[in-house]
Design a protein around this ligand. Structure first.
Ligand SMILES: [Zn+2]
Ligand SMILES: [Zn+2]
Length: 462
């Protein structure tokens, strides 16, 4: 019988990732995200397209664009078991509790009466319902000798599934499905290169028929993964000159992944006196996730330095006065959200930094062209930008708005390498900007049968 793949959200965009995979009539859900830039019902995947009871739900990692609507689909399909790695389970629950708080704020501020989609009480049962899987070392026929897999899951229709480490953030896993002799591999978000804390992805040895490949950096021509050490050095040099001249450095960063990598990088730079030892602030959510990183230390690179909680303080309530007080003395602030979405701490702090030349703002991850972060990064001195829906425009005088490539995703060349190492017959491209996916398709067509995933469309995989 046929295998089909339907995009419910996150096809040609960094959206609410969710995909319906049907293996000979057995429906499985891959990820259950929320759109990072949309609000209310618009931010949800198109779950109405699921016509039959789901057999199982798989979550690749705990970024909200992959897990933010899990309680909704769990409510609609309570019989379907939910599978994730152990760290993803812990982080996802923490992220979802934070989402309840954010939705309550938006209900007030934006008058969105459909919020909150779920309450804290809806999350307690998920503690028992998400099955957290551990990785184990298994013998392998590959030249590398050993591979790390989660336990093999056995589902209806003779389907087997297991997770493989995907790099990216703590707990991130690609998923390998097998039915009979056919294999499908879904990368989730992936990075082949190791980061400071997270080891690189492991690819399956099996002969894969279909590869579902993320394309976050498909539209960016730079070779990020090769230049990480150089980027860390120039980050250190720039931060040093701003801090020693009395300025502050703001790094907009997601609470999961980027915050912990940056804590580790900043700690190393301070320890080796490449930057002065100034106060370091992070968000409360960043701290909670860092605690989970501590709990699952054995998933991190063995040589990774363990993060010390004495090193940083947690940002308090951020009204205009407290932000101005915070910015009086040199400090480093790692604040959510990474793309500086309006009203998030990074946007509120940046609003007070852009008028002054002494400060610096360093972007270190993916910044969507549709976000405030993108507009701030590309603004010319003298240009005025609005930092919140109700606030007056602020004129940018700051010249130290920089970007450092410390990505937790494969760059476009590494994505092509993933495809060429796996050598599948079929490739479905998802989770990227349309132009980037067209570039990827152009590169891979001829070698493989390539589709670009599109919301609402079903692809039949032979
Ligand atoms: Zn991610
Ligand atoms: Zn993602």
């Amino acid at each position: 019988m046929a295998w089909t793949f339907t995009v419910l959200g996150g096809g040609q965009e960094i959206g609410a990732n969710s995909y319906l995979l049907s293996l000979s009539g057995v429906p499985l859900l891959l990820d259950a995200g929320l759109h990072p830039k949309k609000f209310g019902l618009e931010s949800l995947p198109d779950y109405d397209r699921i016509e039959r009871e789901l057999e199982a739900i798989f979550i690749t990692h705990a970024h909200l664009d992959h897990v933010g609507s899990l309680p909704i689909i769990n409510h609609r399909h309570p019989q379907a078991p939910i599978f994730a790695t152990l760290p993803t389970k812990d982080i996802a629950l923490r992220m979802l509790h934070n989402t309840v708080t954010v939705m309550n704020i938006f209900r007030e501020e934006k008058g969105l009466t459909e919020y909150p989609f779920f309450g804290h009480e809806d999350l307690w049962p998920l503690e028992g319902e998400i099955m957290g899987l551990d990785y184990k070392i298994a013998p392998s026929s590959s030249a590398r000798g050993k591979q790390i897999y989660s336990d093999q899951l056995h589902l209806r229709g003779g389907i087997q599934a297991r997770f493989l480490p995907a790099g990216h953030v703590l707990g991130a896993g690609g998923i390998l499905f097998r039915q009979g002799r056919r294999f499908l591999f879904y990368t989730g978000d992936i990075s082949l290169q190791a980061q400071v804390l997270i080891p690189g992805a492991i690819l399956p040895d099996e002969k894969i028929d279909t590869l579902i490949l993320e394309c976050t950096y498909g539209n960016d021509p730079a070779y990020y993964s090769q230049n990480r050490q150089k980027e860390i050095e120039s980050f250190g040099r720039e931060a040093h000159s701003i801090l020693s001249a009395g300025g502050c450095v703001l790094i907009p960063a997601f609470a999961l992944g980027k915050t912990q990598e940056l804590l580790c990088i900043i700690y190393q730079l301070m320890r080796t006196e490449k930057i002065p030892s100034v106060p370091l602030f992070i968000s409360g959510l960043g701290k909670s996730i860092t605690e989970i990183y501590q709990d699952h230390r054995r998933y991190l690179r063995p040589q990774a330095s363990i993060l010390s909680f004495d090193l940083f303080s947690v940002l308090g309530y951020l009204d205009d006065l407290s932000i101005q007080a915070l910015l009086k003395e040199p400090c480093i602030i790692v604040a959510t959200n990474g793309m500086m979405v309006e009203n998030t701490p990074s946007a509120r702090i940046a609003r007070w930094m852009v008028p002054e030349e002494r400060h610096g703002i360093f972007f270190c991850g993916y910044v969507d062209p549709d976000t405030l972060g993108y507009r701030v990064f590309h603004a010319r001195p003298g240009e005025a930008l609005s930092f919140s829906p109700k606030g007056d425009p602020v004129t940018i005088h700051n010249l130290n708005i920089r970007r450092f490539y410390l990505s937790s995703h494969a760059d476009r060349y590494e994505l092509l390498e993933v495809a060429r190492r796996i050598k599948p017959r079929n490739i479905v491209l998802i989770h990227g900007e349309r132009e980037g996916m067209e570039f990827m398709k152009g590169e891979l067509e001829g070698e493989f049968q390539v589709w670009i995933g599109e919301r609402g469309k079903t692809i039949t995989l032979d």
